[in-house]
Design a protein around this ligand. Structure first.
Ligand code: 5GP
Length: 176
């Protein structure tokens, strides 16, 4: 029998923090129209909750990325597997990411989006592992800082499993 991941951030804790982030984004972007860029796949659940906590007119678009590396670490070589459906030129872009680990994926993505001429780009990330930083990335809206452990659930996977857990948990034995 496979043991369930151990709870690190439970549903109520996630929901409360996501509401706070949504309120901060609503305040900061008042009178502006936002394009929320959801980085697939891991951030889909966070993004679904976050955009419902933002009380502004907004558009949602999706960016599919694959970052190469072994199963639990990123190499910084990132491929866009599915691009945005509309240009973001002159738009206020909020990138929504699940987790900033080494920062390599985000650095690549932010540089790529920058070349498209947006009015502004900010980043919302549910989780941040500062101990693993290779390239620093500015996180404008950060959910939680966590230790150097491999987490799953609330959209995050390990070999495509565990995305449907309603909480963020650690794999038994912390397979990172
Ligand atoms: P980075 O390029 O910052 O090292 O890694 C970014 C990506 O690696 C994240 O978007 C996520 O897909 C994956 N990743 C990094 N740490 C974890 C983790 O603890 N759990 C899971 N499931 N994915 C992770």
């Amino acid at each position: 029998m496979t043991a369930l991941p151990q709870v690190l951030l439970d549903e109520a804790t996630l929901a409360a923090r996501v509401r706070e982030l949504g309120a901060a984004i609503t305040r900061d972007y008042r009178e502006r129209e936002l394009v929320v860029v959801v980085v697939l796949k891991g951030s889909f659940m966070f993004a679904a909750d976050l955009i419902r906590a933002i009380d502004l007119p907004l558009q949602v678009d999706f960016l599919g990325v694959r970052s190469y590396g072994d199963s639990t670490t990123s190499s910084g070589v990132v491929q866009i597997t599915s691009d945005l459906s509309s240009p973001v030129e002159d738009k206020d872009v909020l990138v929504v990411e699940d987790i900033v680990d080494t920062g390599l994926t985000l650095r690549f993505l932010l540089e790529n989006l920058e070349t498209r001429g947006p009015c502004s780009i900010k980043l919302a990330a549910l989780l941040h592992k500062p101990a693993r930083t290779v390239v620093p990335v500015q996180i404008d809206y950060r959910g939680f800082e966590i230790e150097d452990v491999f987490v799953v659930g609330y959209g995050l996977d390990h070999a495509q499993r565990h995305r449907n857990l309603p909480y963020v948990g650690m794999l038994p034995g912390n397979e990172s």
